[in-house]
Design a protein around this ligand. Sequence first.
Ligand code: UAG
Ligand code: ATP
Length: 514
Amino acid sequence: MTGSAPSALRPEHPVARPLAQLVAEFGLESRGDLDGVEVTGVALSSAAVEPGDLYVGVPGRNAHGARFAAAAAESGAVAVLTDEEGAAIAADSGLPVIVTQDARAALGAVAAWIYRTDENAATLFGVTGTNGKTSVVYLLNAILGQLGVVSGLSSTAERRIGSTAISSKLTTPEASELHALLARMREEAVRAVAIEVSAQALTRHRVDGIVFDVVGFTNLSHDHLDDYAAMDDYFAAKLELFQPDRARRGVVTVDSDWGRTLVERSRIPVTTLSSSAGGDAEWTMTVVDESVDHTEFVLEGPDGRHLQTRVPLLGWYMAANAALAIVMLVESGYDLGAIAQALDRDGGIDAFIPGRAERISGETGPVVFIDYGHSPDAFLSTLGALRKVTDGKIVMVFGADGDRDTTKRTDMGAIAARGSDAVVITDFHPRYEDPAAIRAALLEGARHAVPDLELYEVPDPRAAFRKALSLAGEGDVVLYAGPGHEDYQEVAGERIPYSAREDARLALREAGWL
Ligand SMILES: CC(=O)N[C@H]1[C@@H](OP(=O)(O)OP(=O)(O)OC[C@H]2O[C@@H](n3ccc(=O)[nH]c3=O)[C@H](O)[C@@H]2O)O[C@H](CO)[C@@H](O)[C@@H]1O[C@H](C)C(=O)N[C@@H](C)C(=O)N[C@H](CCC(=O)O)C(=O)O
Ligand SMILES: Nc1ncnc2c1ncn2[C@@H]1O[C@H](COP(=O)(O)OP(=O)(O)OP(=O)(O)O)[C@@H](O)[C@H]1O
């Protein structure tokens, strides 16, 4: 992280608005005296409250947020917005209470009103899909920078404005944080923002109050079946982004059947992109050269428009992500020729994506990648890409999330086994699950798929990485999938400091390879 490191990115010069006006404009019910009460911000967590905030109390898994109204008042909140149940709970907080049927559903529009985010808004890009969201957001940000456009981003890894960044807790922030971020970006003269939009964000009203100029879809594959009953429900959540109340135009990657279904069911104008020849799309991306360090591709569109460039990243899928970013820019009004010129000048897209097939190794020894892949399809893409660019052995290290979609573990094990020459199963974020049981499911998937696989179980991730390194030599590849950019391991409710990237560098130094 560079620049200052604030804990939240909120406007530095918020303009106060009368709370009574909010109540009148939204037709809300209020209890207590609103006379002279002015609001400058909004927070969904008492810990995030700043003086002048409206505190929004929503029911959660563990508690009703209204229980924290008194704590919010101590931090300077001027009122509470909550539902009927919350209003009763917050009654003795000493704050005026504004009542609505569903405070989470109201939050987006309320936050947009408080921060006036629809005034002089930047061009907004939204990216969704199971895999590739973070990558496309970084690629958009990189190309915009190369075009000389001041841009910002919101991703799983970080929220960033220029050189100021904060790390992210959620893929998509809660609406209160997102509108504050947009207001801060406006203060910093940001003209384009790339935002990662998770399915959960759509289901939980996190991008309410925003109409994206262009939205992009990467792909859909098995994930999050703890949050959604079936793939159809998961898809339906993503489909919401491609509706007129959320976006003006869309770009859809149609490499999968889900992409084609999205085109059929979307109610906004959409442009299609394919990364397979004869893919029947308006735009086609074709890889023309690839190595462990870069992927070069040609992008061809309607009316003979075309561009050839490269990404300093591994794999056809990163070229597909880059192509999606470029077509999204074109759909928002940027000229393809101007994009091509800027990229030619710089020798390609100048992107660094933290923890996405990030190469940690130096010039000697095995090539080591730390990746954020934690779904079967992500494993398939990365291992497929690696096999194409290496003649050596592929050693893969990974674990699986505890308390998250358990149904993907067998497939993760099987895909890793089929795509690697040796596999080391370790612990990822066990959370409240028994880590041995998580490993057992992965081991079972791997063993069943390739019975004679060279397979190891090493619970401690530091030891697991060193085991993998010991199995590899010059010309081989070690892929450590899961931790990506993260700097912690979550065990039984605690976040224990652990950065796979830093530890891998240390291990490479210990081995004399760095
Ligand atoms: C499981 C889940 O969805 N949890 C979300 C939920 O928390 P919760 O229901 O556990 O909240 P709670 O502890 O009961 O507290 C209720 C309310 O009181 C507030 N509170 C609580 C304690 C306190 O001291 N003060 C206080 O104000 C909380 O902020 C909350 O608003 O409400 C919180 C804010 O209101 C969310 O931040 C939190 O997201 C958690 C962190 C989460 O992990 N969500 C996952 C499912 C998620 O959204 N994931 C996607 C992943 C996408 C991808 O992988 O592609 C994402 O977009 O990140
Ligand atoms: N277009 C793609 N198709 C398939 N796999 C991909 C694609 N892009 C990235 N991946 C794989 O998925 C992993 C996660 O990539 P990325 O972080 O960009 O996705 P994401 O959608 O943001 O995921 P998350 O929501 O979990 O942060 C990568 O490390 C890589 O293994």
